[in-house]
Design a protein around this ligand. Structure first.
Ligand SMILES: [Zn+2]
Ligand SMILES: [Zn+2]
Length: 379
């Protein structure tokens, strides 16, 4: 393998190239997770920075296509084609296949092979168990394209079950208070519910309206989440001692005032950084992430056997440095436009205050609507 490294390095660019619109396969005439509208797009997963509206043709897993329709409407692409995990699809002499990325429901790594050179674009991924999606599949390849959201040695996420236990201990300690947990609408919300259920908690869990459609979709796909109720239909007395999930932005909004003396929590890999938790006035930070941490990134990179690593969104430089000092060729892709749903707490996820159930492309409710949402009775 090592003797082929130089050849592979030259040929990686014959398979995929980095352009301002995103990763492009000129031979196949397609892009992967393009940040601008293109004719042919292969989409790794449903987060809004990866799955944008406006492409001519979209190829993605059935779940990702459903999630795109849910978030952006039925007309969000010209045509949509489903790719099952493991199925190989030929596009103008280029072989592409989708494989589980372990990030959110339907998330995929996209393997692109041309002339014997295998390039894997992993999208966002994590290598730890998640009851709400298929586990990450390790793919041997020549070039591995990795995210670097948590690409610094300081990021070690720890055990999600232990973080969930912290939440339940706090619920037991303060039976008269509500616990509000900030979560991203796609993936994190459903995973946190599943983790709470795995820990044995079987009371109803309350949801902000902005989480309703996506959570309902997970349940329809067979993910068991137990009894869920909309917080807007509950009185204050009922919410004493309850756990409620909401978009992070709703934690400090008027919406949260319906809850008795709420303990605010936030489930994110960023909660490893104490300053972030303090800045957001989070009482109970929970380090639960849908991205690989430093150990996960470096172990995965090593296990792929790839001689060359391309690094995208996040802490590119630190991870590139680690790759090079461990004897791999590596470079940052510097594609602009991936918003890091986890980093984007103050932008994409912020409003989400309306209870109308409408969800925009970020999984949150448009700014203009928070007046109707907050103006409702706050019982
Ligand atoms: Zn993502
Ligand atoms: Zn991402």
């Amino acid at each position: 393998m090592r003797s082929n490294d130089y050849v592979s390095a030259m040929r990686g660019e014959d398979v995929l190239v980095s352009t301002p619109a995103g990763l492009c396969c000129p031979a196949g005439g397609f892009y992967i997770d393009p940040v601008r509208p293109v004719d042919k797009a292969l989409i790794t997963h449903g987060h809004s920075d990866h799955a944008r509206a406006g492409h001519g043709a979209v190829l993605a897993t059935p779940e990702t296509l459903d999630l795109m329709r849910l978030r952006c409407g039925d007309d969000c692409a010209g045509t949509m084609q489903a790719a099952r995990y493991g199925e190989t699809i030929a596009i103008d002499g280029v072989a592409v296949s989708f494989h589980p990325a372990g990030h959110v429901l339907g998330s995929a790594q996209i393997r692109v092979e041309r002339g014997g050179v295998r390039v894997v674009a992993s999208g966002d991924y994590k290598d730890v168990a998640d009851p709400t999606c298929a586990p990450f599949e390790l793919l041997a390849c020549d070039v591995f394209i990795t995210e670097a959201t948590f690409g610094l040695p300081v990021f070690r996420h720890g055990d999600p079950a232990a973080e969930t236990a912290k939440l339940l201990q706090s619920v037991a300690l303060f039976p008269e208070r509500a616990h509000l947990v900030g979560v991203y609408a796609l993936g994190k919300a459903q995973r946190v519910i599943a983790l709470i259920r795995q820990a044995g908690y079987d009371k109803p869990i309350y949801l902000h309206g902005a989480l309703e459609n996506l959570t309902r979709y997970y349940v329809a796909r067979g993910i068991e989440l137990g009894e869920l109720r909309l917080a807007r239909n509950a009185g204050k007395a009922e919410l004493a001692g309850a756990i409620a999930l909401c978009p992070p932005g709703a934690l400090k909004e008027l919406w949260s005032r319906r809850f008795p003396d709420p303990v605010t929590s936030f489930a994110s890999g960023w909660m490893r950084v104490r300053a972030r938790a303090r800045q957001r006035q989070i009482d109970l930070p929970l380090v639960i992430s849908d991205h690989a941490d430093w150990d996960g990134l470096t172990a995965t990179i090593a296990a792929t056997g790839a001689g060359e690593i391309w690094v995208t969104h996040g802490e590119e430089d630190a991870l590139v440095h680690w790759c090079m000092t461990s004897g791999r060729r590596a470079r940052p892709l510097r594609i602009v436009g991936y918003g890091e749903e986890e980093a984007d707490v103050d932008a994409g996820s912020e409003p989400a205050s309306s209870e109308t159930g409408t969800i925009d492309s970020d999984g949150s409710v448009p700014n203009g609507s928070d007046r109707n949402g907050n103006g409702e009775t706050l019982s």
